[in-house]
Structure formats: C-alpha cells, structure tokens
Design a protein around this ligand. Structure first.
Ligand code: HXC
Length: 258
C-alpha cells in the first residue's frame, strides 16, 4: 500500500482499514486528505483479496468537517475549477462496501463523509451535525440530500437550518446509524461487521451495494427494475450455485469469488 500523510491504511484478513489522521485539526478534510482518501479507497477497491473497507478517525473526531482555515479565503472559481474535494467524489465511486466507524465529532463534511459510507456504526460519544449555516454556507457534500433521505425531511431541516448537533442515541433513533456501541468497542465491532461482509461472494456484495445505492438515487419503479435485473443476473455465478447447494446440503457455503 502507498504511504499517505493524512491517513493510515492497514489490511487485516480481507478488510482494508483507512484511519483519518490529522489529529491537530480534528481530522478536518483539507484537499490533501480528500485526495489521499480517494486514492487510498480506490487502491483498496482494486485490491483483489479485500472484500470490505472500514473508514474511521480518532476517539475524539471522525472528522470535524471541511478544513475551514483552508477554505476561508477561496473564491467561487477556486471552489469549482479547482474543487478541493474532488478526491471525495472518487471515494463515492468505490464499489466495495464501506463501514464507517464513527467516534467523536462527525460534523459538516465529516457527517457527509460518513453518509457516503454504507454501514454507519457510532460510538456512544459520537456527535453529528451540519453546522455550515453558522459559517454562512450550506452543506456541500450531500448534507441536504443524503441527510434528508437518511433521517427524513423534518429532522434534516431541523439540523441543517439550526446547525445544532445530535448525539449518538438521537442518530440511532433517526436511522442515521445502525448501531451504537461503547467507544472502546467501536473498532472491534466495525471489524466484525466488515469481516462478515468480506466473507461473502465479492461480486454479490458489490451487486448488493449498487442496488442499495439505486434506492437512494432513482425512483422506486426504476430501482425495482434495477434490483430485478441484478438479482436475475446473479444466477450466472458459481457462487449462487454454491450458496444454494450449501443450504440444501446443510453446510456453510464455500464461495470462490472472493
Ligand atoms: C479547520 C478545525 C476544524 C475545521 C476543528 N479544527 N475543526 N480546523 N477546520 N473544520 C481545529 C481547531 O481550529 C483547533 O485548531 C483544533 O482543530 C481543535 O479544535 P477546537 O475547536 O480547539 O476543539 P474543541 O473546543 O473541542 O471544539 C471541537 C469542535 C470545533 C466543536 C468540533 O472545533 C468546531 O466547531 N469545529 C468546526 C466544525 C464545523 O463547523 N464543521 C463544518 C465545516 S464546513 P487550533 O490550531 O486552532 O488549536 C464543512 C463544509 C463541507 O464541512 C462541504 C464542503 C464542500
């Protein structure tokens, strides 16, 4: 794996772990981090013996948002022609599932980055919010769109318009995260979830992620057609034959495409 300045990458069994590492800025997303995150995630996406990624930060901060100090003096031209967050678009194109393990602050771009992942796990000290309104801007990495879909338009408006924070329990009740665990167990919980995912057939996992994404991006009718086409196409895989034969034989499946 390549070396990075703003994050670390490890692999463990079939899981690739990216840890954001700008502790003095609470993992604020600057252009370097965005670029490196896109590269690191793409590298893991293209590594054949990796089935799932984990994205995490520190105990204090998953990420406290886009780097305000880097952004403050930029012009419209800078933000468009030289989009500092282009690397995050690359991150958003990763085909393998990504488990976000979120402790501490996940604010602004940090909350938006978490929502770009597939399974969101929170430590009990996690804090979510879209405080951009307090900076004279609005969310710009999906905070008005993905948050509305994740928690519904009423709570999304409450958060985006007031800029208030939400704790882990409220995030769980709202459906933004699927589990809350004690902070000390966050990493092991994330590794366990990622390990379960990585043990499945890789093409099937990738197909499942793409179909789940379709639910966010298309109408119900188009999403149902997408799902049905994908479901049918999976009958071309040895792993479908193996999965169903294993059920019939009352044994664990031994998927080949991993
Ligand atoms: C740059 C940041 C930062 C950020 C924290 N730091 N968040 N630097 N950008 N988003 C830096 C602080 O300046 C400080 O550095 C150090 O990290 C520690 O932060 P403190 O504020 O001293 O810590 P604390 O008092 O514990 O407060 C934590 C905090 C606060 C509540 C998270 O830092 C905060 O409000 N941060 C900004 C959160 C935010 O507004 N995020 C949205 C950004 S806009 P120094 O060197 O001063 O000690 C955004 C837009 C996304 O995300 C869309 C883009 C397209």
């Amino acid at each position: 794996m390549s070396a990075y300045e703003t994050l670390t990458v490890e692999t463990q069994n079939r899981v690739g772990i990216i840890t954001l590492n700008r502790p003095r800025a609470l993992n604020a997303l600057n252009s370097k981090l965005a670029t490196e995150l896109g590269r690191a995630a793409t590298e893991l996406d293209n590594t054949s013996n990796i089935g799932c990624l984990v994205l995490t930060g520190s105990d204090r901060a998953f990420a406290a948002g886009a780097d305000i100090k880097e952004m403050a003096d930029k012009s419209v031209y800078d933000m468009t022609a030289n989009n500092p967050f282009a690397g995050l678009e690359e991150f958003g194109r990763v085909k393998k599932p990504i488990v976000a393990a979120i402790a501490g602050y996940a604010l602004g771009g940090g909350c938006e980055l978490a929502m770009m992942c597939d399974v969101l796990l929170a430590a009990d000290n996690a804090v979510f919010g879209q405080p951009e309104i307090n900076l004279g801007v609005i969310p710009g990495l999906g905070g008005t769109q993905r948050l509305s879909r994740a928690v519904g338009p009423a709570l999304a408006a409450d958060l985006v318009l007031t800029g208030r924070n939400m704790d882990a329990e409220e995030a769980l009740r709202a459906g933004l995260v699927s589990r809350v665990v004690p902070a000390a167990q966050l990493r092991s919980e994330a590794m366990s979830v990622a390990g379960m995912i990585a043990a499945k057939s890789l093409p099937v996992i990738i197909a499942a992620k793409a179909a789940l994404r379709a639910a966010q991006e298309t109408t119900l009718a188009e999403g149902l057609r997408y799902e049905q086409r994908t479901f049918t196409s999976l009958f071309a895989l040895d792993d479908q034959k193996e999965g169903m034969a294993a059920f019939r034989d009352k044994r664990a499946p031994d998927f080949q495409n991993r």
